[in-house]
Design a binder for this molecule. Structure first.
Ligand code: FDA
Length: 305
């Protein structure tokens, strides 16, 4: 119930104003968001990569409804990738891209064209792009874009959300040589017709998907903070005799940072998803929705205690 309410609030203008202008919001937001500018993102990226972690940078700003904004978002990604390339950070830092930020809501062909431009810039910077997966209504379109772009950019990462009833089938289709696939639980609301709506169902689906990906020939990117699932991932890597450089763990900036470092110290590849930009509200609300403790932390900060 609380999760649903927070996800609904993530789309409400009124709730947004309350959160943005509450006195201590900034401190809490900074726990999950690297900052508002490319400089903030570069600083955090340098720090994390210096500690042996990998990074995926997300420029916040989804659900764009006009072409100008989509164009501005593409330009921002191109500039960011130029900075990563110039600083020699392309080897350890890639970008995550939401198609809704670059025109998917207007026209899939426009989003595909724009995604190609970002992929081109990533290639010049010596790095890769992963296409985030958004709400269930966009899944078919996003998977089509992945399919259409991979002949030219085979290293484009796809994302599968285990809450989708068809997740295992998607994983089987994508578990081919060279295919980078991020597996996550799914951060949006979705009806029971298309998604598992209970935690147990989502977690069991995650395990089934992980088995498919880890047994396959692709490059699994296991995006979860869940200790049980991380343990199972480790066991599957042993079972399938996967070397540490044939898959990676992924976690969000600000969530379980000690665990990120613990896994990296053991020799695992760990990528931290670092979101930044002025348009942080929806991303932030999804993080609150994931965990009651995050919400309690936020409420305490609002009251200054
Ligand atoms: P869940 O939220 O169920 O948490 C499981 C357990 O993890 C908890 O019980 C606790 O033990 C531990 N835990 C979680 N948060 C913690 C915290 N703050 N402190 C301590 N322990 C904590 N979603 C999407 O729809 N599309 C996408 O493209 C992406 N991309 C993406 C990239 C990356 C790198 C990550 C990590 C996640 C995503 N997501 C996403 C979000 C994802 O779908 C999901 O909402 C969150 O990762 C939360 O799910 P968990 O797997 O962590 O499990």
């Amino acid at each position: 119930m609380l999760r649903q309410a927070l996800l609904v609030a993530s789309r409400s203008g009124g709730a947004r104003r309350v959160v943005e202008f509450a006195p201590f919001t900034g401190d809490v937001v900074r726990r999950f968001i690297a900052g508002e500018t490319i400089e903030d993102a570069a600083r955090v990226t340098e720090r994390l990569t210096g500690e042996g972690l990998l990074v995926s940078l997300d420029v916040l700003g989804e659900d764009t409804h006009d072409e100008e904004r989509a164009e501005a978002n593409v330009a921002h990604y191109v500039e960011l990738l130029g900075r990563l390339g110039a600083a020699g950070l392309g080897v350890r830092a890639e970008v995550s891209l939401k198609l809704s930020a670059i025109g998917q809501t207007l026209d899939e062909a426009l989003a595909l064209e724009n995604a190609r431009r970002v992929c081109d810039a990533a290639r010049s910077a010596g790095t890769t792009v992963t296409l985030d997966m958004e709400d269930h209504t966009t899944v078919a379109s996003t998977l089509r874009v992945v399919r259409d772009i991979r002949p030219d950019f085979p290293d484009v990462g796809a994302v599968i959300q285990s809450y989708l009833r068809r997740a295992e089938e998607y994983c089987a289709e994508l578990a081919y040589e060279g295919s980078r696939v991020r597996l996550c639980k799914g951060a949006y609301t979705a009806p029971a017709a298309v998604a598992f709506t209970d935690k147990d169902g989502v977690d069991k689906s995650f395990v089934r998907c992980m088995k498919v990906l880890m047994a396959g020939k692709g490059y699994p990117m296991l995006a979860t903070h869940d200790p049980r699932l991380i343990d199972i991932a480790g066991a599957l890597s042993v079972l399938h005799e996967r070397d540490a450089d044939t898959f990676e763990y992924q976690m969000l900036y600000g969530i379980r940072p000690q665990e990120q470092r613990r896994l990296a110290a053991q020799g695992a590849q760990v990528r931290v998803y670092v979101a930044y930009g002025p348009d942080w509200y929806r991303y932030f609300m999804r993080r609150l929705a994931e965990r009651p403790a995050n919400l309690r932390f936020f409420m305490r900060s609002l009251t200054g205690r």
